[in-house]
Ligand binder design. Sequence first.
Ligand SMILES: NC(=O)c1ccc[n+]([C@@H]2O[C@H](COP(=O)([O-])OP(=O)(O)OC[C@H]3O[C@@H](n4cnc5c(N)ncnc54)[C@H](OP(=O)(O)O)[C@@H]3O)[C@@H](O)[C@H]2O)c1
Length: 252
Amino acid sequence: MKRLTLAIIIVSLFASCLPLEYSTPPAREALANRLLIFGASGRIGGHIVDEALIRGYRITAVSRDAPRLKDLADRVEVTTADILDRKRLAELVSQHDAIIVAVGGKPVDSNPENYIVPRAAGSLIDVLESGNSASVRLLFVGNVYTLIFEDNKTLLELGRVAESHPNYAMFHGHQLALDMFRRSRDVDWTVASPPNGLRLNGRTGDVRWGGEQLLRDEDGTPSTISPEDFAFAVLEELQRGNYIRRQFNAAR
Ligand SMILES: NC(=O)c1ccc[n+]([C@@H]2O[C@H](COP(=O)([O-])OP(=O)(O)OC[C@H]3O[C@@H](n4cnc5c(N)ncnc54)[C@H](OP(=O)(O)O)[C@@H]3O)[C@@H](O)[C@H]2O)c1
């Protein structure tokens, strides 16, 4: 009996020494642990998986062909899904607290509406507005072409992308997706847009933050970042929530 009393006293003393957030974790924080990542087989999505692993998330990595993710299978759950399959998307979303989407690829034709990015945005908005997934946070990887470049205009608004450009549908497709998110009603979205490409290497965790205004270096050159630091910024934003229902860019 004496031993039991002593044990209770020790446990109570230990618990009272813990900071409040450790002794009684906020429900939202505890819930924000299960992360669904689309594009895990891609360049940016692969770095996002690595960064999420560093931060201890429970990850489900998605590919349209899960065996492509075999190198990750010992560290994360891998699954096959097409983001355009709304039924399957809804099933996955219902099992997670946050979604990070880094889908891309070559445009199928020159029509931006046919590009995977706005089609994926449409699918996500439909599912997230369906009612059952209202509290699920969404981070969606965007593109430099939707950031304010100069004169309060984006590169697209400045007419810097000719219709004959091979990536015309991709760049305009990102704008369509951003417009769709802006029009959405109940989606906790954030679009994370790399600034001037991903031209650096390595994870430093030393990033500068910008909203929609493209970040520039001291000499005025559009700034850049490494894929590792971009992934760092995406996961930081997931934790900080500074840009909910907004676009941001981050640079080294
Ligand atoms: N790479 C860059 O330098 C860069 C710079 C700025 C912005 N971005 C933007 O960042 C995004 C990702 O770029 P990335 O270079 O990482 O792309 P990536 O290497 O070409 O990978 C594309 C990813 O999209 C996934 N995907 C395509 N269609 C899908 C679908 N229907 N359902 C589920 N997944 C699908 C692919 O997965 P599976 O094939 O395995 O299904 C793949 O993992 C793009 O939107 C791109 O425009 C990229």
